[in-house]
Design a protein around this ligand. Structure first.
Ligand SMILES: Cc1cc2nc3c(=O)[nH]c(=O)nc-3n(C[C@H](O)[C@H](O)[C@H](O)COP(=O)(O)O)c2cc1C
Length: 188
């Protein structure tokens, strides 16, 4: 698959890292772009990212990337984590950075755009921006981990979100816990 991963300055580097881990196979072509604030959050939360060999990194300040144009064919774009600032700018269609232009392109081309916001609580402005991007065709997949698989590590907890992102892209990790398919007597 050809996938664009964009990270913004919201908390949640662990979700981005787990996505990179899951998409590290040679069958995938990954393009990564980090906003300036994403770099700061990565530094705060993880130090640095582990980048797999199939990743190409792009500057958020340059439109010199294939996915800045609708003519290049991609399967999905994931903004993870997605700040409320970027959510609002996507909703407004500002397109002034590579991340924002790419999101705009995916929406106009009716391609899969998955936004993973992390903020709480939400203002009315956040909620209205969320509604706007959903109406425009984006999939809004908030970073809301679940606990019924009884995760024991931060990675296992993060994976409860990452599995849902991958499901949306059409990649179904064999280790993803699914209700009543694997696990104990509770059907977990
Ligand atoms: C350590 C740190 C954590 C942050 N966490 C969040 C967050 O969880 N959600 C959010 O919407 N903004 C968060 N912010 C604020 C955004 O980084 C800020 O609004 C920024 O302008 C977003 O720009 P970007 O979307 O271009 O990365 C955080 C900032 C820092 C420095």
């Amino acid at each position: 698959m050809r996938v664009v991963l964009a990270a913004t300055g919201a908390s949640g580097t662990i979700y981005l890292q787990r996505l990179l881990d899951y998409l590290s196979g040679p069958e995938h072509e990954l393009h990564l772009v980090l906003t300036p604030y994403a770099k700061q959050v990565v530094h705060e939360e993880a130090g640095e990212l582990r980048l797999p060999p199939n990743v190409t990194e792009h500057s958020d300040k340059s439109m010199n990337a294939p996915f800045a144009s609708g003519s290049a064919l991609f399967d999905a774009m994931v903004v993870c984590p997605c700040s409320m600032g970027t959510l609002g700018r996507i909703a407004a269609g500002t397109s002034e950075t590579l991340t924002l232009r790419a999101a705009d392109v995916f929406l106009k081309e009716r391609r899969k755009l998955i936004l993973v916001p992390r903020e709480t609580p939400w203002s009315l402005i956040h909620a209205k921006n969320a509604l706007t991007v959903i109406e425009a065709g984006a999939i809004l997949l908030p970073a809301m981990p679940s606990f019924y698989s009884r995760p024991k590590t931060f990675e296992e907890l993060a994976d409860t979100v990452v599995w849902r992102i991958l499901d949306q892209i059409g990649i179904h990790p064999p280790n993803a816990r699914r209700w009543q398919e694997t696990g104990d007597e509770n059907g977990i």
